[in-house]
Design a protein around this ligand. Structure first.
Ligand SMILES: Cc1cc2nc3c(=O)[nH]c(=O)nc-3n(C[C@H](O)[C@H](O)[C@H](O)COP(=O)(O)O)c2cc1C
Length: 414
């Protein structure tokens, strides 16, 4: 049984670019067992096709007060709902909802319900910061409407700032919270599992000011941590970017800086882990000597001698517990598959997630990624350029499959 089994949710979709993300919200709600009735505004239909929601939701999309199969569609939807979610919520719908203007099927449904409501606004920063919009949101929040997001990040048209739709997984988590249901209490496919994720790039000090580092932002690791937690796991996220790590009841964040600190943290956590996702970019070398004071220009060009850092992945591969799933990550700039395959074999891991970071938009510092997943039994899955959260979903799917295989190999698949 899904965690949202038996819950009727009206999913209102309005006309913003983020409407495509409502597709994932819909899928996740249905996967969790909810009965989802989609309502699209005229604006929404300009951005995404109704056929997608017709196919994914529990009943066909409704768009109008007058032309639907049901004579009074808004009361049928509003009275029958356990929860209404508006995702994304445009400035227009926030305004009409605030003033009680029944302008279309969605706003009429919002007026015809006593169920709790979640709105997930999304718009450009200038719109979001308008006094009128801010006031509408404040009034709605004051009336008990649950406002989820927006967050800061990339927006349509190459802009960035506050106004980006909250991640679908956060919106679905909010639905669980509002309905008083624990995420993954359905035995989400990682329920009861302990997952360790490493994220970010390590920094190896040269002196108190400078370090050897890399361009990793931690985003892919953080997306993996959020995805695993959303699917019921208890997650330890060991990261060099704790400020941007996901927050949630199932996630514990450990802040580290160097490869040695990461190795120590992971060693402590790995003995209880069912899954280890080594997404961090760990330095291979570190300075042998670290100067006590800032190295000055006047002293001439310094000679920095390096030594290897501890190979965390190889150590984990060597000391692996029975049934534990170990996933390595490989950032390459050439011969992607060949290098990834070599790493898969030499480190003794179950899966390698490899990306070519020389391709624009891929990996380090970007919100998007394109990867190839290789497994130790010869399987390969390509994930073309997409959101890092989507990459995380595919990786976690592969991990879940691997957990099942490992369990049957160990003879405890009852
Ligand atoms: C390309 C494009 C993107 C838009 N994105 C947004 C948006 O993210 N948020 C928003 O509030 N309005 C956005 N708008 C404006 C709405 O589409 C417009 O206000 C529309 O009337 C909203 O319709 P609805 O609220 O009935 O769905 C956008 C318009 C265009 C043309």
């Amino acid at each position: 049984m899904g965690s949202l089994a038996g819950r009727r949710i009206v999913l209102g979709i309005t006309g913003g670019v983020a409407a495509y993300k409502a597709v994932e919200v819909c899928r996740r709600l249905v996967d969790a067992g909810a009965y989802v009735a989609p309502v699209m505004t005229k604006g929404a239909l300009r951005f995404v096709g109704r056929a997608t929601f017709d196919a994914l939701a529990s009943e066909p999309v409704q768009t109008s007060l007058f032309d639907e199969e049901y004579p009074i569609p808004h009361t049928r939807l509003g009275q029958g709902a356990d929860l209404v979610i508006v995702c994304p919520a445009t400035a227009r719908v926030l305004s009409d909802y605030r003033t009680g203007r029944s302008a279309d099927l969605l706003t009429a449904t919002l007026l015809a319900t006593r169920a709790p409501v979640i709105v997930a606004p999304a718009m450009h920063t200038e719109m979001w910061e308008q006094a009128a919009v801010a006031e509408n949101v404040a009034v709605l929040a004051d009336r008990g409407v649950n406002i989820v997001g927006p967050v800061a990040g990339r927006l349509a048209g190459g802009d960035s700032g506050e106004g980006r739709l909250a991640e679908p997984v956060e919106i679905v988590a909010a639905a669980h919270e509002v309905l008083g249901v624990a995420t993954g209490s359905d035995g989400g496919d990682l329920a009861g599992k302990r997952v360790v994720v490493t994220a970010g790039g390590t920094r190896e000090p040269i002196c108190p000011v400078r370090f050897l580092g890399n361009r990793s932002s931690g985003r892919q690791g953080h997306a993996l941590a959020a995805e695993a937690a959303a699917r019921g796991a208890v997650v330890d996220c060991v990261t060099t970017h704790p400020d941007s790590a996901p927050i949630g009841s199932g996630i514990r964040v450990t802040s580290v800086d160097t490869a040695a600190e990461m190795a120590e943290a992971v060693a402590g956590l790995s003995v209880e882990a069912d899954v280890i996702l080594m997404a961090a970019a760990v330095a291979d070398f570190r300075p042998i000597e670290v100067a006590n004071q800032k190295i000055k220009k006047e002293g001439g060009v310094p000679e920095i001698r390096l030594e290897p850092t501890v190979d965390i992945l190889a150590t984990l591969g060597r000391d692996r517990l029975p049934g534990q799933v170990l996933v390595g990550f490989a950032a390459e700039t050439d011969d992607l598959r060949q290098n990834a395959k070599a790493k898969l074999q030499s480190k003794g891991v179950d899966l390698i997630v490899a990306n070519d970071v020389s391709v624009p938009g891929v990996g380090f510092g970007h919100e998007t990624n394109a990867v190839v997943l290789l497994d130790s039994v010869g399987g390969a899955v390509e994930v073309p350029l997409t959101d890092k959260r989507e990459v995380a979903r595919v990786v976690v799917d592969a991990v879940v499959n691997r957990l099942r295989t490992n369990r049957s190999l160990n003879g405890d698949d009852k």
